[in-house]
Design a protein around this ligand. Structure first.
Ligand code: FAD
Length: 637
């Protein structure tokens, strides 16, 4: 397509607030911020038009066209960059609100206008270069977090091995191959900050696309030669005499080996140990039965009577995919998910938008910034408990109640032709109690199909032929699919970790995993976790953000060892405890911590062990670098 046409298409598909920011860079002044009002965003729309009327839209496109054409004919030269004050104004402008001052450094880093990779470890001082030769790190897992750790270790020049039980990288995105599997965060944000992809085919890409992205990234950084695939870590044991970790690995032939390391980074994820519910008779079903994360592609569902247990994130994605093929589909629901209107959930990214991302300087940066701001801490206040709230238990604050009303009203039209469904699909728990799902109408459409039934009577038992509900009904089934999630609160379930004094980590935790900043535990020197306890999020943000912050901090801990000449570090018990007390107090004040909410975010002890209860900016600032006062540093032992 000729460039003029691509430009026209791009302008037509542009996110106008991001385009206005690109104009500032292209024109070399901020007059556009005075010529147009700040955008206004509709809570449930994609924000693309920024609330501008037709005339304003036309003017913005016209102005952008001129600026982009000038830039292209000038041989792609740019005027001097905007000043720090102007950037600050631009941030407020594109957010459509004044960004609080304490967010500014955080948001500036996310925006990354300089193009530098802000979290690059930069081990360039001679002392670090000398010390890193003596370091060897084992990373457990080659999912997103393991790849990220490997990249940073490599950039720092530290020797490492990654041990991965699967045959390839990707973790979540390698294992979950169920029909319809896709990411729930917009991809222009669910990607490494230092590896943008202007070519995402969908706003929310499918599993194969994500797997390809992580494979490509592993290849680009040439990581495969450091990864041992189809090998599992079964145990990591700290040797106090040598201050080394002895990591026991087992390959697929059963051969065991010990790798000696100075530090261990666990990147084993939270969501990859499929959970089959403890229902009476669960093992007696005679037909094929499988978990969504272990999809049986060899089983043809066409013309079969299929039962799906669970209506969480995975079932929500695969039910609409399989419904047209099966004979009858019974969807067994315990609690419904909240649905957040997302009209573009399955939409492709237009070619014009891709062209802008690729060719117009800073457009992509501001687009990502906008996504980041709107989809992260922007919603935090709506899921916080107001201690003075004395309204119904289905909300935790006036804001939360308002959101309930707005979301219910948005869902209602979908059930106008099936009014019996409405009450079944509106949760009775507050919004934010569990992860909400992205709705473009396909879920309710699937439930309304004549061959689909949403069964809300609780399951009493499973037998050889199907499922019996508590009201005595027996439902015959050919295939049973579990969309029942993961052993999420059983952290690091796949291997034993033995620290100082022979203490095993799971025994210390006793079913209640805790760590300092989700990463370190007293008595487990130089042992670090990514996506560890209390680093999951319910409504605000992507796990990649957390992993990037965690890995920066872990690299900071290794740097601290190298700089001080110490052999080990571990958090002080009181620092760890104080942190966890703060987390627990804060979690109690969030919708997911409310006493009336039960979910996988709470462990068997009823404590929220999964979630970060503060705004993202607080994780970002807490993990910029380790505070030496928080740790016990030792030369030996
Ligand atoms: C279906 C699904 C959809 C999701 N959607 C989103 C989303 O939209 N947004 C979001 O932010 N997050 C989402 N998540 C969460 C997702 O898990 C994270 O975003 C991210 O992929 C986690 O990466 P990770 O590397 O930390 O863990 P994982 O991807 O789980 O990778 C862990 C790796 O460790 C390996 N491993 C485990 N134990 C061992 C062992 N003992 N020895 C060797 N290897 C081991 C595993 O094989 C795996 O490869 C989703 C999760 C699922 C399951």
């Amino acid at each position: 397509m000729p460039r003029e046409e691509q430009l026209e298409l791009g302008l037509d598909q542009a996110h106008l607030p991001a385009l206005l920011m690109a104009i500032v860079h292209l024109e070399g002044n901020a007059s556009v911020l005075d010529d147009f009002p700040r955008p206004l965003y509709d809570f449930f729309a994609d924000g693309r038009l920024g609330g501008y009327n037709d005339e304003q839209q036309a003017k913005i496109r016209e102005r952008a066209k001129r600026a982009i054409e000038n830039y292209l004919v000038s041989g792609e030269t740019l005027p001097p960059p905007p000043s720090a004050d102007t950037v600050r104004r631009m941030m407020d402008f594109v957010a459509g609100a004044d960004i609080p001052a304490h967010y500014v450094p955080f948001m500036e880093e996310e925006l990354g206008l300089s193009g530098a990779d802000a979290k690059h470890p930069h081990w360039e001082e001679p002392k670090l270069i000398a010390r890193r030769k003596d370091m060897h790190v084992v990373v457990v897992g080659a999912g997103m977090s393991g790849i990220l750790s490997a990249i940073r270790l490599k950039q720092a020049g530290i020797a490492f091995d990654v041990i991965e039980k699967n045959a390839d990288v990707g973790g979540t995105w390698f294992e979950n191959t169920y029909p319809g599997c896709r990411v729930d965060n917009p991809n222009h944000m669910y990607s490494f900050s230092f590896e943008p992809n202007h070519d995402w085919p969908y706003h929310y890409s499918t599993q194969d696309v994500l797997l390809a992205y992580f494979r490509r990234t592993a290849d680009k950084y040439d990581l495969r030669k450091n990864i041992r695939f189809e090998t599992q870590v079964t145990e990591a044991r700290f040797d106090e005499k040598t201050s080394k970790w002895h990591v026991k690995v087992k390959d697929k032939s059963g051969k065991e080996e010990i790798i000696v390391a100075d530090a261990v980074i666990s990147a084993v994820g939270q969501l990859n140990q499929p959970r089959i519910p403890d229902i009476k008779g669960v093992e007696t079903f005679k037909g094929p039965a499988f978990h969504s994360a272990q999809w049986r592609h060899d089983i043809d569902l066409k013309g079969k009577n299929v039962g799906v247990i669970g209506t969480g994130a995975s079932a929500f994605q695969f039910v609409p995919e399989i419904a047209p093929d099966v004979r009858e589909l019974k969807v067994f629901q315990r609690t419904p998910p909240w649905l957040g209107p997302t009209p573009d959930y399955h939409d492709k990214v237009g070619e014009g938008k891709k062209w802008l991302l690729e060719h117009v300087p800073f457009y992509g940066k501001w687009y990502r910034f906008w996504l980041f701001w709107m989809l992260t801490d922007g919603i935090y206040e709506f899921v916080k408990t107001d201690p003075t709230w004395n309204g119904p238990q289905n909300a935790v604050s006036p804001n939360n109640a308002l959101l309930r009303e707005m979301l219910s009203a948005a869902i209602k039209p979908q059930t106008d032709d099936a009014p019996w469904l409405f009450d079944k699909i509106i949760p009775d728990y507050p919004f934010g109690g569990k992860r909400s799902l992205r709705d473009n109408g396909v879920w309710v459409s699937a439930l309304k199909r004549p061959n689909v039934e949403l069964v809300t009577d609780p399951i009493a038992e499973i037998d050889a032929k199907g499922v019996k509900t508590k009201d005595g009904r027996h439902i015959d089934l050919d295939v049973l699919i579990y969309g029942t999630g993961f052993h999420a609160s059983n952290f690091l379930r796949t291997f034993k970790v033995i620290g100082r004094g022979g203490v095993e980590l799971h025994e210390r935790w006793n079913g209640d995993a805790r760590a300092y900043l989700g990463m370190t535990v007293p008595g487990f020197p130089n042992f670090f976790m990514i996506y560890g306890p209390n680093t999951n999020i319910v409504v605000n943000g992507s796990i990649i953000f957390f992993s990037e912050c965690s890995v920066r901090y872990i690299m900071g801990c290794l740097r601290l060892l190298a700089e001080t000449g110490n052999a080990t570090l571990e958090p002080r018990e009181e620092v760890h405890d104080r942190f966890n007390e703060k987390v627990d107090e804060a979690n109690k004040m969030m919708a997911w911590g409310a006493p009336q909410v039960t979910s996988w975010y709470k462990n068997a002890k009823g404590r929220v062990s999964q979630n970060w209860p503060f705004p993202l900016v607080e994780y970002w600032s807490a993990t910029l670098k380790p505070n030496p006062q928080d740790f016990e540093l030792r030369k030996t032992g």
